[in-house]
Design a protein. Structure first.
Length: 163
């Protein structure tokens, strides 16, 4: 039985379809890898290595889709399926899908992403957060959390159940 890479070499004309198949398999592998980790069948290190390889390959496919609108249209439903039905965190895949939609003005879920939407979303963030002082706010909150964590540690030291 021939591997996927051997098939790609033999049939470069069908590369888009084969790449979609590879993407589907990698997205399923991402789910399987996470499930095996939670079952204790894979270590954190193994998951890191496998996940890194999956991510690098998906990134390569995504970069091709950024350059090629037709290919982006072909892989968009695959990414959408992962967002809707995958077991892993859908946000990275949703983000990739949105970038493709903005880049090529693709229709996703009956909606075409428009670049001016980015300005609107920025305005919504700005309405809820003081972005001019956000770095200062972050530093203050980090300090506050450090203090709370230290207080909890002190409580735990005093509590014989945790001691």
């Amino acid at each position: 039985m021939k591997s996927m890479s051997e098939k790609l070499e033999e049939d470069p004309e069908n590369i888009s379809e084969q790449t979609k198949t590879i993407l589907r398999r990698l997205l399923a592998a991402d789910d399987v890898m996470r499930m095996k980790y939670h079952k204790g069948e894979l270590t954190r290190k193994e998951v890191s290595i496998i996940g890194g390889n999956i991510a690098a390959t998906i990134d390569g496919i995504f970069l091709r889709a950024l350059r090629d609108r037709e290919f982006a249209e072909e892989i968009a439903p695959v990414l959408m399926d992962k967002v809707d039905h995958g077991d892993a965190n859908p946000l990275p895949y949703l983000h990739l899908l949105q970038v493709l939609a903005y880049r090529h003005r693709l229709e996703v879920d009956g909606e075409v992403q428009k670049p001016e939407e980015m300005i609107d979303t920025y305005k919504r963030v700005r309405a809820r957060l003081d972005l001019d002082n956000i770095v200062k706010q972050k530093a203050e909150l980090e300090e506050e959390f450090k203090e709370k964590i230290e207080q909890l540690r002190e409580k735990w030291k005093k509590n014989t159940m945790f001691g």
